[in-house]
Design a binder for this molecule. Structure first.
Ligand SMILES: Nc1nc2c(ncn2[C@@H]2O[C@H](COP(=O)(O)OP(=O)(O)OP(=O)(O)O)[C@@H](O)[C@H]2O)c(=O)[nH]1
Ligand SMILES: [Mg+2]
Ligand SMILES: [Zn+2]
Length: 313
């Protein structure tokens, strides 16, 4: 009888996969060729978080089955614009790490990520890190930006991995959940996880003094089982969340504060730009939708039009 087992993919390098079995072992596995053909629009057929069945074939562990995903986070592949890269699957929540210090996160980046998470119904919490090095301008900016997201219902947290400020609250949030950690390179994703569970001992590196950018220290997404209970997926910093697989008319539905105005627009195919009788634009003009969010929405829509011309055919 062949030794079939089930487990969770905790790391994927593209050519091999680490699977954490139900028995508590971590095994290096390869993937049966058949899966590569099946889902050709994904650059990675298996992702961290996938529940898989593995089998031993001639001494090698092979992934022979992938269970249906409850959800996942994708982005367009940085290398091939029209291919999807699945970042992780089977998530309870996402933690978006941002900072108004260096490297500063833009609201455009935040909005693109939130859009993706909303599309897959994954709750997201926003962590403003590096409290200890904010200058007065950064503090003001942070008040403004965090206010935007708090107002529309996203929980916000303020942390410093250096002083420990706010990290207990984050630990509470992660307990007994599977959480994806995302954000630009250098915002302190791995540092935060080290602070919460020092045994993880993840590699971290200072941001470049020259460019103010992170060094892309974490190179593969990896799920860690924490000592406080809960599984966290540390990921490599992303520069941009290229969106895809949405229809342009869907996008406003993933803007949580726009939803209630959409049915009030005069035209039911309204894109909420310059159409007459647009309730969304009116809400923006009445200060019920933040200017940042609305402008980012228009930018995202313009991007879509530029990148996905086939929609207009
Ligand atoms: N002052 C200060 N520095 C921090 C804080 N958190 C992280 N850092 C520093 O920021 C730098 C980058 O931290 P990392 O944890 O490597 O960042 P990352 O988000 O994991 O980056 P990638 O793995 O490249 O995506 C390191 O020098 C950390 O010490 C903080 O709260 N305050
Ligand atoms: Mg890292
Ligand atoms: Zn409208």
């Amino acid at each position: 009888m062949s030794p079939i087992m089930t487990g969770t993919v905790v790391k994927s390098t593209g050519s091999w996969y680490e699977v954490h079995t139900e028995g508590g072992e971590t095994l290096s596995c390869r993937l049966k060729g058949i899966f590569r053909l099946e889902e050709s629009k994904d650059t990675n057929p298996v992702t961290v978080g996938d529940r898989v069945t593995i089998d031993n074939e001639d001494g090698d562990w092979m992934i022979v089955e992938i269970a249906e995903r409850t959800n996942y986070i994708v982005r367009s592949s940085p290398k091939h614009k029209h291919a999807r890269q699945i970042i992780a699957s089977n998530l309870d929540q996402c933690l978006l790490i941002v900072t108004m210090a260096s490297p500063r996160t833009s609201t455009g980046f935040i909005d693109r990520f939130l859009l993706t998470a909303e599309a897959y119904h994954i709750p997201t919490h926003i962590v403003f890190n590096k409290q200890d090095i904010l200058d007065p301008k950064g503090i003001k900016k942070q008040e403004y930006v965090s206010g935007i997201y708090k107002n529309i219902g996203y929980p916000v947290y303020f942390t410093s991995t250096h002083t420990g400020e706010g990290t207990d609250q984050v630990m509470e949030l992660l307990k007994d959940k599977t959480t994806l950690i995302v954000g630009h390179s250098g915002v302190g994703k791995s540092s935060l996880l080290n602070k919460l569970d020092p045994a993880l001992n993840l590699r971290t590196l200072a941001v470049s003094k020259m460019t103010g950018k992170g060094m892309h220290t974490t190179t593969f997404a990896e799920m860690h089982y924490t000592s406080f209970g809960g599984r966290i997926i540390d990921t490599p910093g992303v520069r941009e969340f290229g969106l895809m697989a949405f229809l342009p008319e869907e996008i406003s539905h993933y803007y949580v504060e726009m939803r209630k105005y959409i049915p009030l627009c005069k035209f039911n195919n309204c894109m909420h730009d310059n159409e007459p009788g647009c309730a969304v634009k009116q809400a923006y003009l009445d200060d019920k939708i933040s200017e940042e969010r609305y402008i980012n929405y228009l930018t995202i829509m313009a991007d879509y039009k530029a990148n996905y011309k086939h929609w207009e055919e």
